[in-house]
Design a protein around this ligand. Structure first.
Ligand SMILES: [Zn+2]
Length: 43
């Protein structure tokens, strides 16, 4: 189960959309930070 980012209701992880508000549920795997090294340049 995951929380809807819009209304916070619990939705099934398999669901693509919240059944309450229709917000798209982003249930992709969390390895999205491919460019971590670029953050060092901000300092
Ligand atoms: Zn919702």
């Amino acid at each position: 189960m995951v929380n809807c980012p819009n209304c916070g209701v619990l939705v099934e992880k398999d669901s693509k959309f919240c059944q309450e508000c229709g917000t798209k549920i982003d249930n992709s795997d969390s390895n999205t930070q491919t460019d971590v090294s670029s953050d060092y340049e901000k300092k």
